[in-house]
Write a protein that binds this ligand. Structure first.
Ligand code: URA
Length: 221
């Protein structure tokens, strides 16, 4: 367990050779868009596996070609939402729908005001009726957790509907200590999964060493 994980009980930092190699490729300024995407996709799958660990399961009776048996599967009476923060968060969606085909995708559009570093809304697909909030499981995806301001806004959309913090999992790749602090100060009971905690933010709000602008590097802009 790292110091940061000791400080924040709901933070999980995933580190293994595949994760580290993917990060290494993504961070390298010599890696082209195709290389960044491939590495990012590989990384998202690993992070999402960890994120889905606590989804409620139930036992069902099935028949294999050999015999009857009891098998575990994800509860079908829950609603699973994948919420990518546009635009860089989209990199998670293909892998996420492969892993969780039953999920609904609810996009969140925010960009960062370059002067204030505050999020500015431009698209919100979250207004939705929520009948039994405890049955909702939300995965908010954004590769870069920098100031934490966008993530806090995104989480609020769901907690304001009564969805418990413990059912909300934020999945990021590279994070800054400031962002982690901001998010947990406001929402101590959400889950946060990252692959790396970097040193700091620079004066323009970029994560250092980071990978630069994730959206630009993923979408070749
Ligand atoms: N968003 C990015 O794409 N990169 C950063 O370093 C910070 C926010």
């Amino acid at each position: 367990m790292t110091n940061k994980e000791q400080e924040y009980k709901n933070l999980k930092i995933i580190s293994n050779p595949i994760v580290n190699q993917s990060l290494c490729i993504m961070r390298n300024k010599e890696t082209d868009t195709q290389g960044v995407r491939l590495a990012a996709r590989k990384l998202t799958r690993i992070l999402l596996y960890e994120a889905t660990k606590n989804l409620p399961q139930r036992n069902i009776e099935i028949e294999t070609p050999l015999t009857k048996c009891t098998a575990q599967t994800i509860n079908s009476d829950i609603t699973i939402i994948i919420s990518p923060i546009l635009r860089a968060g989209l990199i998670f969606t293909d892998e996420a729908v492969d892993i969780l085909p039953q999920a609904t995708i609810r996009h969140i559009g925010m960009y960062r005001d370059e002067k204030t570093l505050k999020p500015v809304w431009y698209y919100n697909k979250v207004p939705m009726p929520v009948e039994d909030p405890s049955k909702y499981y939300v995965f908010i995806t954004d590769p870069m957790l920098a100031t934490g301001n966008s993530l806090v806004e995104a989480i609020k959309l769901y907690t304001s509907k009564g969805i418990p913090q413990k059912n909300i999992c934020c999945v990021c790749m590279i994070s800054a200590p400031q962002g982690i602090k901001t998010v947990f100060e406001e929402f101590p009971n959400i889950k946060l999964i990252v692959a790396a905690v970097d040193s700091h933010l620079n004066e323009r709000g970029y994560i250092v060493p980071g990978m630069g602008d994730a959206g630009d590097r993923i979408f070749n802009t």
